[in-house]
Design a protein around this ligand. Structure first.
Ligand SMILES: Nc1ncnc2c1ncn2[C@@H]1O[C@H](COP(=O)(O)OP(=O)(O)O)[C@@H](O)[C@H]1O
Ligand SMILES: Cc1ncc(COP(=O)(O)O)c(N)n1
Length: 269
């Protein structure tokens, strides 16, 4: 069976984050990618110039069209923008019984633009996170979701425990925003074990779309039937290669290199 994955997210016209990063990542991991677009953004490596959200009906119909004909073995959510879109997505996940749900709680673009309305945070917590297999907040997102400051490793563990109480089955709190300048370390927790996933920190400004790419790689591996921790380990290796082998595209925060994992880690077939 061909593994198929669905991304429910925003479009990044610059090609480095959002739907575009997700589909490129699925493709690189040999997974057939599908998409439901929640918002169009006018965006490049310098920032977000415009946000044009889709109607609820538009999101609903995309999800129905996919579900009626194609069965994704895993799905991810990225930019959802407003509360009613989150509600629509949560309803459809339940209606279609979709499993292997990765929720990337995208809130703010690296340049500072808001990709999620403030009043939608509560809906994310109550409607969508309880349906998820894994959520992948960065440190600032984990702080918003828990209401606590995260500085030390002990803080991060405590935040992971609090996030599990929201009803997700597991969590990875990503360390890209941590002040450690030698390593980028992510923390996985599933209610039993804490696992620290370490990687060398690359000194670069080309980190546009790292979070999208990381969660898409987890989704692709889940679609193939991998368990959550193995999926996260592969995703960590995928994003490490994508940051390390930088492309230097654009004059701002450039995209990561989505073909680096295949080319340098796996060797192209
Ligand atoms: N400079 C870097 N060098 C190596 N890995 C990084 C770097 N920045 C982020 N990462 C990794 O990329 C992934 C995405 O993390 P992060 O940047 O925190 O997410 P987001 O894009 O949501 O803010 C994580 O696995 C993180 O450890
Ligand atoms: C449409 C869209 N979705 C998500 C992000 C977040 O990007 P990042 O992965 O760098 O946090 C973005 N900039 N644009």
């Amino acid at each position: 069976m061909i593994p198929k994955a669905l991304t429910i997210a925003g479009s990044d016209s610059g090609g480095g984050a959002g739907i575009q990063a997700d589909l490129k990542t699925f493709q690189e991991l040999n997974v057939f990618g599908m998409s439901a677009i929640t918002a169009l953004t006018a965006q490049n490596t310098r920032g977000v110039q415009g946000v044009f959200p889709a109607s609820n009906e538009c999101v609903r119909q995309q999800l129905d069209s996919i579900a009626e004909d194609l069965k994704p073995q895993a799905i991810k959510t990225g930019m959802l923008y407003r509360s009613s879109i989150i509600q629509t997505v949560a309803e459809k996940i339940k209606t279609y019984g979709w499993s292997n749900v990765v929720v990337d709680p995208v809130m703010i673009a690296k340049g500072g633009a808001s990709l999620l309305q403030k009043e939608a945070i509560e809906t994310l917590k109550t409607n969508l996170i309880p349906l998820s297999t894994v959520i992948t907040p960065n440190i600032p997102e984990a702080e918003v979701l828990t209401g606590m400051k995260i500085k030390s490793n002990a803080d991060r563990k405590q935040a992971a425990e609090m996030l599990l109480v929201l009803g997700c089955r597991s969590v990875v709190i990503k360390g890209g925003h941590h002040e450690d300048n030698l390593e980028a370390i992510d923390l996985f927790f599933d209610g039993n074990d804490f696992v620290w996933l370490r990687g060398q920190r690359i000194q670069t400004r080309n980190t546009h779309g790292t979070g999208c790419t990381f969660s898409a790689a987890i989704t692709a591996e889940l679609a193939k039937g991998e368990n959550v921790l193995n999926a996260i380990r592969t995703a960590k290796s995928f994003i490490q290669a994508a940051i390390e082998h930088e492309l230097n595209i654009g004059s701002g925060h450039g995209p990561t290199n989505h073909w680096a994992f295949q080319t340098y880690r796996m060797g192209r077939p």
